[in-house]
Ligand binder design. Sequence first.
Ligand code: GTP
Ligand code: MG
Length: 370
Amino acid sequence: RGTMTVGETAKLLHKDASEVIKKLISMGVMATINQELDIDTILLLAAEFGVEVEVKIPVEEDRFETVEEVDNEADLKERPPVVTIMGHVDHGKTTLLDAIRSTNVTSGEAGGITQHIGAYQVEINNKKITFLDTPGHEAFTLMRARGAQITDITIIVVAADDGVMPQTVEAISHAKAAGVPIIVAVNKIDKPDADPDRVKQELTEYELVPEEWGGDTIFVNVSAKQRMGLEELLEMILLVAEVNEFKANPNKRARGTVIEAELDKGRGPVARVLVQHGTLKVGDAFVAGNCFGRVRAMVNDKGRRLKEAGPSTPVEITGLTEVPQAGDPFMVFEDERKARSIAEKRAITQRQSELGSNTRVTLDDLFKHI
Ligand code: GTP
Ligand code: MG
């Protein structure tokens, strides 16, 4: 129910009820010991007393926080893999992303105006691949910070003329920590001083051993600039996806992650979202971080208006009341009222964590008995 009596609050704050009542009166709240206080008031009290509290929202009241429901195997359908590109500065990440995007325009969608929506899809052999534009490091940091997994496969770009560098190693450890399969793209093979074998040799030190040397890491030689090896790279991504059997249930309410968001002068808050489970539809009520809204319009990376978007589809949506943050979880609810109440609860939790205090007493069981 999200409330506690004055007496219960006093106990959890390690104060006498009379002290709490006095404090409440000084805050303009007339209270008795059995009076119920709402979360906001309890948080204010805690701040007044310099005590840090942690709000645990009861699980049954907030599906947003619950462990995701398990899908039946039969409901799971193949979905496009979501790929990020990581690598050392100047090794060609942006050039590679741009080259893949421009060489591969899905027939039927040709002529569409490319939109920057934080991610894009390409199609090869009638299968789609989703690429995240977000620099890999940022995507991974976000993922880890929010506990969300948005990438299925990581491509580590290593310039063949430069070899393994500090951020290459960092990228490898990010991908390994997240348990994401790695494909190595040895880039700039067009350069006269390119030495792809040296890159392979150097990477064995990080347990990335090519198949021809008895390992199981896929290496592809590419030139992002000359557009060489791109098709092979895409095929290898599909191969890894096939082996890993990335699946999702498209027949439920959508859930995903905000990739980017901003305030657009004309359209108001705009969010670019990667749908990860279920299908997002125009008109759906949703929560993104602690913002809520109703999908007014939805556009894909080719600037095409969509009525619905299934798993692994990046879309740009309007219809939010505020601007969420990149990395925020996104989830559809049965109606706007529910979405609003969840968003408000999340806002309270955030406000609470922002109420800095001197004494670091964590009352993590604040609502244990509610
Ligand atoms: P940061 O975003 O700064 O980390 O760099 P990046 O990894 O995105 O590299 P970017 O794509 O900006 O490429 C860096 C430089 O390398 C640019 O001048 C590119 O033109 C060049 N470059 C990228 N790929 C190739 C390639 O395959 N061959 C050659 N010769 N040059 C390349
Ligand atoms: Mg770049």
